[in-house]
Design a protein around this ligand. Structure first.
Ligand code: HEM
Length: 123
């Protein structure tokens, strides 16, 4: 059984990502970074990516190719402030979904590590 199955599959990731984007939508730092006309698409891309990462369907790579997240974020100005805003929005989402403590810790550890690796502007 994969992590994806253990946490509840697609329904879990849909809930997580929809909560995350609800926070993005009201965040003054993050909101302007995301495509005005395609928030639904942005949510779909993140959801597909996370599902694939945790052992679910590989739809992300079928539709988008190799993730190469660092390259895909190069066009966005990700400094400490943007990083912290993203982490805060994601923290609220992770705290808002149904998940047991052990899985939550695993998920959160990954998200923190991944976010730190995407900072592309020095302070
Ligand atoms: C460090 C703070 C971060 C910021 C400010 C940020 C910002 C953004 C923005 C503005 C987009 C474009 C939205 C779109 O149209 O798809 C995006 C895309 C994306 N982000 Fe992030 N991001 C961050 C961290 C992360 C992390 C930690 C992950 C993964 C765990 C991630 C995964 C993705 C994915 C999968 C996409 C869509 C890539 C594609 O297929 O085009 N991001 N991000």
């Amino acid at each position: 059984m994969t992590f994806y199955d253990e946490v509840g599959g697609q329904a879990f990731f849909a809930d997580l990502v929809s909560q995350f984007y609800a926070h993005v939508a009201t965040d003054p730092v993050l909101r302007p970074m995301y495509p005005d006309s395609d928030m639904k698409g942005a949510a779909q891309r993140l959801q597909m990516f996370l599902e694939q990462y945790w052992g679910g369907p590989t739809t992300y790579s079928e539709e988008r190719g190799h993730p190469r997240l660092r390259m895909r974020h190069a066009g966005f100005h990700i400094d400490r402030v943007a990083h912290d805003a993203w982490i805060n929005a994601m923290r609220k989402a992770v705290d808002g979904v149904e998940i047991d403590a052990a899985h939550k810790e695993t998920l959160w550890g990954y998200l923190e590590m991944a976010a730190a690796g995407l900072v592309n502007q020095a302070d």
